[in-house]
Ligand binder design. Structure first.
Ligand SMILES: [Zn+2]
Length: 304
């Protein structure tokens, strides 16, 4: 069972990786054009050089802060040029080091209004979700609270924000066009893919409405027709980012990140996996988590 659902199972770092977070750090890489991966094996963080400052899409949990800074430096960028941070949803592994970054760079922050209000209204739940994730994973109030359909401009980037609830009640997906060697390509990040918390028991445990199960599928349908040439996730294991980078390092033809078929393939995998998951008995659901491990997913990927 583990292999089929692995990217949606328990992809948390091990206790040792939580205690020594640098163990999940890896070198950053360029995806295409002005777009780079600066996150770690667990949490995605995407950097865009907008021509008028740096933009980060999601940031790791606070334990990944030093690794994030080193990755940005390794690419030759200066963290002091960070101007904007767009956070997909109110989970620690996407906003954990925002407060630390804002304190040092003054970057302006963005997150959906629905998730912001939900996070503020449920501090106890946030505390429970943060438990065990290390120090200073502070919730934050974004400077700008995004609405469904908002269009944001950051330098040469015009980004559309789409509310795609399910994983949280206010998770947002983001789409923008970029120029790659004279060609215009469209990038899409599907906001919240994890469905592990959407079992009937899980929703009860975290005080979420059962309707989230229906909403999760409706969100997939909502963005189905988006044109996406480069699909990203807010975890690297959603779109196999490290695997693609390793393929490119080995000299594969073309850019493996550019794949206009991946969006539909991914959304289909997400939907069918979720439909299976809803049919699981609580024991099967528990087994899915017990049998998935972050490092198992990366087995054989890296040569070093
Ligand atoms: Zn999440």
């Amino acid at each position: 069972m583990a292999t089929k659902y692995i990217r949606f199972g328990n992809m948390m770092p091990t206790e040792e990786q939580k205690a020594r977070p640098y163990l999940i750090d890896k070198d950053p890489f360029q995806i295409a054009g002005n777009l780079y991966y600066v996150g770690n094996l667990w949490c995605a963080s995407h950097l865009i050089d907008t021509g008028e400052g740096l933009l980060l899409l999601d940031v790791p949990a606070a334990s990944g802060y030093p690794g994030l800074l080193i990755n940005i430096q390794k690419l030759g960028f200066n963290i002091c040029d960070l101007k904007w941070i767009v956070c997909s949803h109110a989970h620690t592994d996407h906003y954990g080091c925002i407060q630390a970054l804002v304190a040092r760079t003054g970057a302006k922050t963005y997150m959906g209004r629905v998730d912001t209000e939900d996070m503020m209204a449920n501090p106890e739940r946030t505390k429970r979700l943060d438990a065990g994730l290390g120090p200073y994973n502070e919730p934050f109030v974004p400077d700008v609270q995004l609405e469904d359909g908002d269009v944001l401009t950051f330098g040469n980037v015009t980004m559309k924000c789409v509310l795609t609830p399910g994983h949280t009640i206010g998770v947002m997906s983001h789409f923008w066009e970029m120029d790659v060697d004279g060609e215009t390509l469209r990038v899409g990040i599907y906001g919240g893919s994890g469905y592990g918390s959407l079992s009937t028991e899980g929703l009860k445990k975290f005080g979420q409405p059962l309707s989230m199960q229906r909403v999760f599928v409706e969100s997939i349908e909502k963005v189905w027709d988006e044109k996406v040439d480069i699909m990203l996730g807010n975890h690297p294991f959603h779109s196999d980012e490290y695997q693609k980078n390793e393929r490119r390092k080995k000299g594969c033809a073309g850019n493996p990140f550019i794949d206009p078929t991946e969006w539909h393939r991914y959304l289909t995998e997400l939907r069918t996996g979720f439909e299976d998951f809803l049919q699981f008995t609580p024991e099967q659901g528990a087994a899915m988590f017990a049998e998935t491990h972050l490092m198992e997913y990366y087995e054989g990927v890296f040569e070093d």
